[in-house]
Design a binder for this molecule. Structure first.
Ligand SMILES: *Cc1c(COP(=O)(O)O)cnc(C)c1O
Length: 396
């Protein structure tokens, strides 16, 4: 049986009639830039996560860039970000002229290591950008405490964590800004590129809105140098259809994660990461011993939305071997991410101090392998994935 990593058609085609109706509505409105569809999605997403303002933008990447611009981050500034993340987090910092400072990861939740972040603060550090990687919140109490101590702005990269929660609060609503992506592989997958910025501060939201439209207010009077970061009304309208089903998508992903955990944890050589050791909670790391494969875990105070189900495959070359086996059996899988940001060629010229350390993240880049977790995945398909992994582990 073929098991893809993601099947967008399985999610979108059942909504075909509604989507076509929506397209027709937008077509007949004749309104293709900003307007009521964009505003409606902005207030629906903001309401859903628990933020005051939603600002629809072109992509998750542009949401990050816009947040940095609104906070006046630029040349001479340093911004802390996890080194184990998607490129956009670090790339946007660099594009403002600021220096990204790469921070190590927690081996349990894969998120930013706040002890390492604290060590890397200098007098130039202006902001910290936690990423809620794979759909689980970073340790936000520690982020906010550090931000308070060092007077840092906080941008939460929630591209993979729309509707995910930390101690009951929506990921993305805790810092100055939160950013989301509606790239098709994200949990709220659109029909092309798009994203959203959320914010609770009226003045900051206003600044971001102005920067979204070339920094002009009113039109042709430019207060600031901004860009064109507008979300399309057609995209917004189509996303509104899917947002109505979002709760079901999330429940289904959570059910799939539970099922994998239940089935895989009975396989010899498999352990689950121990949430008690998350983010240095006990001051020591989980002893993994002979474990060949480590399953991801949800920490008690988090609601995890499982954008990815990332395994750690231990032992030299074993991750790549399991990946090859899964692909040979027509099971989709992907390495998120094969290189950390400090290892990227484009950042080779950033100061040595911004790239130091990061041993845990380097290890994760060797071990991480994501297997299919999308909502429409069936139990039968999951059984096939589990069987292939079990067979692989039994061999060596
Ligand atoms: C996808 C993603 C982004 C970028 O979003 P786009 O909509 O693709 O521009 C940023 N950060 C993280 C962590 C992501 O996963």
């Amino acid at each position: 049986m073929k098991v893809p990593l993601l099947d967008v058609n399985a999610q979108n085609i059942p909504l075909e009639a509604e989507l076509i109706e929506t397209f027709t509505r937008v077509l007949h409105s004749g309104r293709f830039i900003m307007g009521p569809e964009v505003e409606a999605l902005e207030s629906e997403v903001a309401g859903f996560v628990g933020a005051k303002h939603g600002i629809g933008v072109t992509s998750g990447t542009d949401a990050i860039l816009l947040a940095l611009m609104a906070l006046k981050i630029g040349p001479g500034d340093e911004v802390l970000c996890p080194t184990f993340t998607f490129f956009a987090t670090a790339g946007c910092i660099s594009r403002t002229g600021a220096t990204p400072v790469f921070v190590d990861a927690c081996p349990v939740c894969f998120n930013i290591d706040l002890d390492d972040a604290a060590r890397k603060i200098t007098e130039k550090t202006k902001a910290i950008m936690p990423v809620h990687l794979f759909g689980q919140s970073a340790e936000m109490d520690a982020v906010m405490e550090l931000a308070k101590q060092a007077d840092l702005r906080v941008i939460e990269d929630g591209a993979q964590a729309l509707g995910s929660r930390y101690k009951g609060r929506g990921c993305g609503t805790i810092g100055e800004f939160g950013t989301y992506s509606f790239f098709p592989s994200k949990n709220l997958g659109g029909f092309g590129d798009s994203g959203m910025l959320v914010c609770n501060d009226d003045a900051l939201a206003e600044r971001a809105r102005i920067l979204r439209m070339h920094g002009s207010k009113p039109k042709y009077f430019h207060k600031l140098v901004g860009g064109n970061f507008r979300l399309d009304p057609l995209q917004a309208a189509l996303l509104r259809v899917k947002l109505q089903h979002y709760g079901d998508y999330t429940k289904s992903r959570q059910g799939n994660a539970e099922y994998y955990t239940e089935k895989l944890s009975t396989v010899a050589g498999v352990v689950q990461a121990n949430a008690a050791h998350c983010c240095g909670a006990t001051g020591q790391e989980q002893v993994l011993g002979e474990a060949k494969l480590v399953l991801p875990v949800r920490c008690d105070h988090n609601e995890h939305i499982w954008n990815q189900f990332a395994l750690r495959v231990r032992g030299e070359g074993r991750r790549d071997a399991l990946k090859a086996r899964l692909i040979e059996r027509e099971i989709g899988c992907e390495v998120y991410y094969p290189l950390t940001m400090d290892q990227q060629e484009c950042f080779a010229d950033t100061p040595e101090a911004s790239r130091s350390g990061n041993e845990v993240a380097h290890q994760l880049a060797q071990e991480a392998l994501s297997i299919p977790i999308y909502p429409e995945l069936t139990r039968e398909m999951q059984d096939v994935v589990v069987a292939v992994i079990a067979e692989f582990l039994a061999e060596g």
